[in-house]
Design a binder for this molecule. Structure first.
Ligand code: CU
Length: 413
């Protein structure tokens, strides 16, 4: 007897990735005599010692909470039953396939599928292997200045100032931007998730030659010869320009003057109040500790650190959303949508599509739209190629399960 296991409605290997949000898991009996009662199988995880872990739940809305095991009765006629599988919060994977979905009949294993609990982690706490996979994927996306990274560089330029900064859409726009980049990295190596820079803490292992580079006296980031970021090229220039400001040591100090996480989360319980975080900690983290391209909107995306900085900004929004239950676009406090649907600058209203993914190049939008539509994902269908501001809020499907965007943070349940 054998059971076929399918995750995220796809037999594609690239679909076998989980977060804390539920993913559909489909079971179907193969090779069984058609006569007789349903066959009850038990789902559980089988994990490596430091591997990810899983929880399961029946699909019915009234089903009990997610649990480490789940009994499922499967019909003998080969029709399928769909349940839910979750990464177990606090137990993300270290490497691909370090946890398996196992289906047992009595004590016999009759089905097994390797998966990964893939979430965004603190860059300073990645394992060397996680770090190296991320760096390799990012360097490949850049491809010595000839790769698709150039699109991401070109999306965050002067033209993006009105579309993505200084107003309510700042957080949703950058969430879409990071998701687009992360999906491109995952197309290169599906085991990669974007790490975040906790700029409110020292990050000794991040500013090293093996990772994002150690700044030298001339203001360049120095890389180990084996680090593929050695060949990082943007705007036709090889290398990463980043200089620690006098007296600043990123290995032992937090970025200077940035609000602590607690102070950031305490900015207010309405989105309008929370948007003050665009100034501090976001803007402060950009300008207070390093000099170089990172300090200015049109050039910041030249520095790979920019994406880790913004990943932490997005994580702070996610933590704030979790703390205050601000996932529902229909709740006014979840977003500063203004009194009427068009009360804010174009691109910042809840129902607006966002540039450049919408391809709109007529005023007041910028004159070009680099990068094309937003990359799709093998694991989820949202937000679609032309995301709206509202599509960015319910990223874990807390309000509407179909809204899930396919990413999560290690410390946001
Ligand atoms: Cu920006």
């Amino acid at each position: 007897m054998q059971v076929d296991i399918t995750i995220n409605n796809s037999s594609d290997r690239q679909a076998r990735y989980l977060t804390w949000a539920p993913s559909p898991l489909r079971l179907r009996l193969a090779d069984v005599p058609t006569l007789g009662p349903p066959v009850t199988v038990t789902l559980a995880s089988e994990r490596d010692p430091a591997g990810g872990d899983l929880l399961f739940r029946a699909a019915s809305p009234t089903a009990p909470k997610p649990a480490p095991t789940l009994k499922v009765a499967l019909p003998r006629n080969g029709s399928s039953v769909t349940v839910r599988v979750y990464g177990r919060f606090g137990r993300p994977s270290l490497v691909d396939g370090d946890v398996r979905v196992v289906a047992r009949f009595k004590s016999n294993v009759i089905g097994k599928l390797p998966v990964m609990v893939r979430v965004r982690k603190d860059a300073a706490r990645l394992s060397p292997a996680e770090r190296d996979r991320f760096v390799a994927a990012l360097a490949q996306l850049n491809d010595r200045g000839t790769g698709r990274f150039a699109d991401f560089r070109n999306m965050h330029v002067l033209a993006s100032t009105d579309e993505a900064h200084g107003a309510a859409g700042f957080l949703p726009w950058h969430r879409a931007y990071l998701l687009d980049l992360e999906r491109e990295l995952q197309a290169i190596d599906p085991s990669v998730a974007l790490p975040y820079w906790r700029f409110d803490r020292p990050a000794a292992s991040l500013f090293t030659r093996e990772f994002l580079g150690e700044t030298d006296a001339l203001g360049n980031a120095e890389f180990h010869p084996a680090n593929p970021l050695t060949f990082w090229t943007t705007d036709g220039v090889l290398g990463v320009i980043r200089r620690a400001q006098p007296g600043f040591d990123p290995a032992t100090m937090a970025a200077r003057g940035v609000f602590s996480e607690a102070d950031t989360l305490a900015l207010g319980t309405n989105f309008a109040a929370f948007t003050a975080m665009e100034g501090n900690p976001h803007g402060t983290a950009h300008v207070s500790s390093f000099s170089g391209p990172i300090t200015s909107v049109p050039t910041a995306a030249r520095d790979p650190l920019f994406f880790l900085l913004h990943c932490n900004v997005d994580r702070l929004w996610a933590r704030w959303q979790r703390k205050n239950k601000r996932f529902d676009p229909a709740t006014p406090a979840s977003y500063a949508s203004g009194a009427t649907p068009t009360s804010l600058r174009v691109g910042h209203n809840l129902n607006d599509t966002m540039w450049p993914w919408n391809g709109v190049v007529t005023p007041p939008r910028p004159v070009n739209a680099p990068g094309g539509t937003l990359s799709g994902s093998p694991t989820v269908s949202r937000p679609g190629p032309q995301p709206r501001v509202r599509d960015m809020l319910d990223y874990q499907g807390s309000v509407a399960p179909a809204s899930v965007l396919g990413f999560a943070y290690d410390d946001v349940s």
